[in-house]
Design a protein around this ligand. Structure first.
Ligand code: NAP
Length: 400
């Protein structure tokens, strides 16, 4: 019988037949999502000898939700993501125009999914712009609920913006009249919990470096605060040492080295010395830019996986990181890699490691055979271009 995943003190209890809410997604969601569930079902059955099976529970969001309920994000769907702990989603359309916030941003904030986790590594054979793409292998922990993404902003000329401009003037700071204004909140609480999550992850996977990324040289209190609180959070762990302490002679033996980099320099570092970095902890906006830039370096923009997690409640929403690519919707054409590799992250999060490895290894084997969808085939010599569903079928065959 299918059961709920439960959480006890942040530890997941995953039954053999867990119920997992599934948002198919808009646009190409109809293409990639069934491929993902088919591949995952095959891997789980194979890994467990048929003992385990996921019960997918379709839930509504985006265009399909509007059509059925007249709401973009029904409360019922939010409740299901909370209640069933682990969920996965395809891409969702963000309607353009006033009044709409991105559904993705809304989901992250409403459910307090504070850690946006984006592992970025190169899969051999994937076309990419770098000479040595294998040197980049990082996990980006991006804070998801604060920063200029918090949605506290007002249009130029609005009563609120003008009031804020006046208030700021009363504190001796000048904002040009008729400016749009936004607020950038960065808290000690938010900074410390994302840095703790990054350090815990480094510990879990035996990694030895965590880098705090910030622009604290310019934004001294917000981004500078993130750096300061990040180091304070690192001090809570007995097995961390700072780069500065190591430079002064402290031993780094068996410890996680914590350092920090100015955000603009971090972009250079990832290009010039990528193998010196393992886990990055960032605020919201820096992390947004950095994770896409890093994914591009490995040729992985179309296949980059992602997750939004609250490590205290255990609630986690795994997602395709690309958009709805509406011009390809329903054509069985696009690459399901991003959602598939997000499902691999999900299986690891559930501690279903064998199934996760089966999918990831078969994915690599399929790329090795140069069986790829249109996006990769147009950049690969001698590739066999297949449809989205055929790519999934090839992955299942390669699990043998
Ligand atoms: P997009 O949907 O990511 O598509 C841009 C281009 O990226 C596509 O035309 C295609 O390139 C390529 N692409 C995207 N997904 C692919 C896949 N699975 N396989 C192969 N190629 C893929 O970006 P967009 O056109 O800017 O955004 C469309 C809608 O998606 C918007 O409403 C946006 O708000 C939304 N969006 C949602 C999410 C999310 O839900 N996480 C994220 C980003 C955007 P070619 O044309 O070169 O083939």
């Amino acid at each position: 019988m299918a059961e709920k995943i439960t959480v006890n003190n942040g530890i997941l209890n995953v039954p053999d037949h867990p119920i997992i809410p599934l948002i198919e997604g808009d646009g190409v969601g109809v293409d990639i999502t069934p491929v993902m569930t088919t591949v995952v079902d095959a891997a789980v059955a194979k890994a467990s000898g048929g003992k385990k099976k996921i019960e997918w529970k379709p839930i509504l969001a985006g265009e399909k939700a509007i059509a059925k309920t007249n709401e973009l994000l029904p409360q019922e769907s939010i409740d299901a993501i909370q209640e069933y702990v682990v969920s996965i989603k395809g891409p969702l359309t963000t309607p353009v125009g006033g009044g709409f916030r991105s559904l993705n941003v809304t989901l992250r904030q409403v459910l307090d999914l504070y850690a946006c986790v984006r592992p970025v590594k190169w899969y051999p054979g994937i076309p990419n712009p770098m000479k040595q793409p294998e040197k980049l292998n990082v996990k980006i922990f991006r804070e998801n609920t604060e920063d200029v993404y918090a949605g506290i902003e007002w249009d130029a000329g609005s009563a609120e913006a003008n009031k804020l401009i006046e208030f700021v003037a009363s504190m001796g700071k000048k904002i040009r009249p008729n400016s749009a204004v936004g607020i950038k909140p960065i808290s000690e609480f938010g900074s410390k919990r994302i840095v703790r999550a990054a350090i815990h992850n480094a510990m879990k996977y035996g990694l030895s470096k965590v880098t705090l990324v910030h622009k604290g040289n310019i934004m001294k209190f917000t981004e500078g605060g993130f750096r300061k609180w990040g180091y304070e959070a690192a001090k809570e762990f007995s097995n961390t040492v700072t780069e500065e302490e190591v430079a002064k002679g402290a031993s780094a033996e068996g410890k996680i080295i914590v350092n920090d980099r100015i955000a603009d320099s971090m972009f250079q570092q990832l290009l010039l010395r990528p193998d010196e970095y393992q886990v990055l902890a960032t605020m919201n906006l820096n992390g947004d830019y950095l994770s896409d830039a890093a994914a591009a370096q490995t040729g992985g923009l179309g296949i980059a996986p992602g997750a939004n997690i609250n490590y205290q409640t255990g609630v986690a929403l795994f997602e395709a990181t690309h958009g709805t690519a509406p011009k390809y919707a329903g054509q069985d054409k696009v690459n399901p890699g991003s959602l598939l590799l997000s499902a691999v992250m999900m299986l690891r999060y559930m501690d279903w490691k064998t199934a996760a490895d089966l999918v990831e290894n078969a994915f690599q084997k399929t790329i090795d055979q140069k069986i790829v969808t249109y996006d990769l085939s147009r950049q690969m010599e001698g590739a066999q271009e297949v449809r989205c569903s055929e790519f999934g079928d090839a992955i299942i065959r390669n699990m043998d």
